[in-house]
Design a protein around this ligand. Structure first.
Ligand code: NAD
Ligand code: UDP
Length: 329
């Protein structure tokens, strides 16, 4: 019998690419998602496959999966600032209760578990670039705190299961990743700028645009995560692209790529928006033999080609999410 893997957040951006990768590698894949920010469109091509199954389930509730499991990848969580500001309590719960349920499931099944952590654990970093040994500069009570603290708790809980129960655990600290299947209106900077360019609107740079980010193409990210899962290393590993750019320069690059004639307009910087972010990927290079291969120009072109395939109607939708009262708990 082949290996069986559970992927939470399967209908989301990274989760759906992970499902594709594990199917390609010959695994039996169970995708789990409550569709709060994800979309079944991202995985609908997998439904006809015998090796794929989908559970519509909220991982903050008890998680039951019949049969054996070899690996679990916990990717369920709102991930864009717009999403986690709208559903702060859900965000805290999926990091805290969700990870507890999945660690319990991993223990029960004797499965290895990899959790999706984030560069946000470094907060607004005072050390640059960020290496795994830096403990971060995080504001617990800022609006972003719901995401950052959930992810920090998630790391602590994972290490506790590793140390106390001897569970096989992996922690990926993921830096800003982009590519096809991002939601056009999730508010993250790449879909925001590309959507604006396609709609003929001005590009909104927050603050003075001197803040930096380092963007990793999705194929590179998935390769890094895959290698980390199969490695024997249980401490956190940064997975990201160290090519750093200011947001203002980035907006100019997007206008060059899209050929749009719009201008850049400046809007207030959101509270606690980190000023700089760049992964130190020495560990990933040494332990996983991994480094990104896709440069920004190529990755952005592929991503823009994807957004160009969206319909007029999808392009115009500002926000189609109904974060109903039921989901606010
Ligand atoms: P996404 O919003 O596209 O996907 C998240 C998925 O999780 C969605 O399909 C959503 O419906 C699902 N989900 C949320 N809460 C759930 C719950 N309680 N039960 C079941 N499913 C639930 O976001 P993404 O960019 O694909 O991010 C995936 C993971 O990677 C997240 O954990 C995120 O924190 C992490 N991450 C992503 C990035 C990035 O740049 N994309 C960076 C750092 C970390
Ligand atoms: N940003 C921006 N204009 C937008 C959306 C985002 O200037 O329309 C900025 C945002 O303030 C941040 C950077 O782009 O400095 C990256 O934002 P994103 O939400 O993509 O990710 P994160 O802040 O979590 O890194």
């Amino acid at each position: 019998m082949g290996k069986r893997v559970l992927i939470t957040g399967a209908a989301g951006f990274l989760g759906s690419h992970l499902c594709d990768r594990f199917i390609k590698e010959g695994y039996e894949v169970i995708g789990m998602d409550n569709l709060i920010t994800g979309d079944l469109k991202n995985i609908e091509h997998l439904f006809r496959l015998e090796r794929f199954d989908f559970y519509h389930h909220d991982v903050t509730r008890f998680v039951h999966v019949p049969g054996k499991l070899d690996y679990i990848l916990h990717f369920a969580s709102p991930a864009s600032p717009i999403d986690y500001l709208k559903i702060p309590i859900q965000t805290l719960k999926v990091g805290a209760l969700g990870v507890h349920n999945l660690l319990g499931l991993a223990k029960e099944k004797g499965a290895r578990i990899l959790i999706a952590s984030t560069s946000e654990v470094y907060g607004d970093p005072l050390v640059h670039p960020q290496s795994e040994s830096y403990f971060g500069n995080v504001n617990t009570i800022s609006p972003r705190g719901v995401y950052d603290e959930a992810k920090r708790f998630q790391e602590s809980m994972t290490m506790a299961y590793h140390r106390f129960h001897g569970l096989e655990t992996r922690i990926a600290r993921i830096f800003n990743t982009y590519g096809p299947r991002m939601r056009l209106n999730d508010g993250r900077v790449i879909p925001a700028f590309m959507g604006q360019a396609l709609r003929g609107e001005n590009l909104t740079v927050f603050g003075d645009g001197t803040q930096t980010r380092s963007f990793c193409y999705v194929d590179d990210q998935i390769e890094g995560i895959y290698r980390l899962l199969l490695s024997d290393y249980s401490l956190p590993v940064n997975i990201g692209n160290p090519e750093e750019i200011t947001i203002k320069e980035f907006a100019e690059e997007i206008l060059g790529l899209t050929g749009a004639e719009q201008k850049i307009v400046y809007k207030p910087l959101p509270e606690d928006d980190p000023l700089q972010r760049q992964p130190d990927i020495t560990k990933a290079r040494e332990i996983l033999g991994w480094e990104p291969r896709v440069g920004r120009a190529e990755g952005m072109r592929k991503t823009f080609d994807y957004f160009k395939t969206l319909s007029e109607e999808e392009l115009k939708k500002k926000e189609h999410r109904d974060f109903s009262t039921r989901n606010r708990r």
